[in-house]
Design a protein around this ligand. Structure first.
Ligand code: Q46
Ligand code: ZN
Ligand code: ZN
Length: 300
């Protein structure tokens, strides 16, 4: 029988990268410790802060919300309805179910309230891949909502697999600007900008999945249908193959970058932020990318 390294009871989860095995209770303890470590090490927030968790209906963001509450933090949720047919409908229902069952505050914002159409329509109209407009819109609306509603910090469910895959992509293309900014914490450097944090960056997708099962969290199993062919999926697969052969590869890559690599790029890429001339949100140009997109969509 595989034994838990803490209590010697029956272990349910094996974590080769830590050379550890845990029973359900000690896995939950380990999971919470990793989140606390991420929060403390990076000074993400305190128990006094109002945290906004952006939830997608997927396991990571719902797990993050659950864990923050269990750790005694004040966290409310925001679901952004991207208007992607059944996928958006189902993911919204799961977020509402999660919040309703626990009597939590969940805000729901729909991008069609802002841009009169969903992601598919936007992608067609601007003739760009849906994910590029989607990323821009999410960043903008998460930030704007949290500033207007007085949240001190926005927390997202990015895990170690996400961060390692993003890093690999940024390295393969030598995206120095992105490399200088990739971090578990994005501080506010503008009066209309809220700090962004990723408290799950020390935990893998497999671990968030195990936590979701233990806590009985219902989440959407399907990936976003528009993610098909996304390079992040290819990078995750490569990293998973390496992880099987050499446990700890993902954390060596990402934690090593944070400790040793990131500073190399920071000097190179200092960007000055100003306020958008129309909406006052932070931007590097006069009219922010969201306002430009909005103009493009309303012109026929
Ligand atoms: S939701 Fe949006 Fe993702 Fe779907 S359209 Fe692409 S970016 S894949 S995280
Ligand atoms: Zn145990
Ligand atoms: Zn603007």
């Amino acid at each position: 029988m595989m034994k838990c390294i803490k209590c010697r009871g029956k272990a349910h989860i094996k974590l080769p990268r830590h050379n550890a095995r845990f029973c359900a209770d000690h896995f939950v303890e380990y999971f919470h410790e990793q989140i606390q470590k991420a929060i403390k090490k990076n000074k993400m927030f305190t128990h006094q802060d109002n945290i906004l968790v952006t939830v997608s209906g997927g396991k990571d963001s719902l797990v993050l919300w659950e864990a923050l509450l269990k750790l005694g933090y004040q966290a409310e949720g925001l679901y952004l309805d991207l208007g992607i047919g059944d996928y958006s409908q189902k993911s919204k229902e799961l977020c509402m179910y999660f919040a309703g069952k626990r009597s939590l505050t969940l805000h729901v914002v729909s991008i069609s309230e802002w841009l009169d159409m969903g992601i598919n329509g936007i992608a067609k109209k601007v003739r760009r891949p849906p994910c590029s407009s989607c990323g821009l819109i999410k960043r903008y609306l998460f930030n704007r909502f949290s500033v207007e509603q007085n949240y001190q910090v926005v927390a997202t469910g990015h895990n170690l697999d996400d961060e390692a895959a993003t890093l690999l992509g940024n390295l393969l293309h030598w995206q120095t600007g992105y490399l200088s900014r990739q971090s578990p914490v994005m501080p506010s450097n503008h009066s209309n900008m809220v700090k962004k944090v990723k408290p799950l960056y020390r935990l893998t997708e497999k671990e968030t999945g195990a936590y979701a099962i233990i806590k009985g969290i219902d989440y959407i199993l399907e990936e976003c249908p528009l993610a098909v062919g996304a390079s992040s999926i290819k990078f995750k697969k490569v990293l998973n193959d390496l992880e099987i052969q050499s446990p700890g590869t993902k954390q060596q890559l990402y934690f090593g970058f944070l400790k040793k690599g990131k500073k190399t790029f920071m000097e190179e890429d200092k960007v000055e932020l100003k306020s958008c001339t129309r909406c006052k949100q932070p931007t590097t140009i006069d009219l922010c990318a969201f306002c430009q997109l909005s103009d493009r969509l309303s012109s026929s």
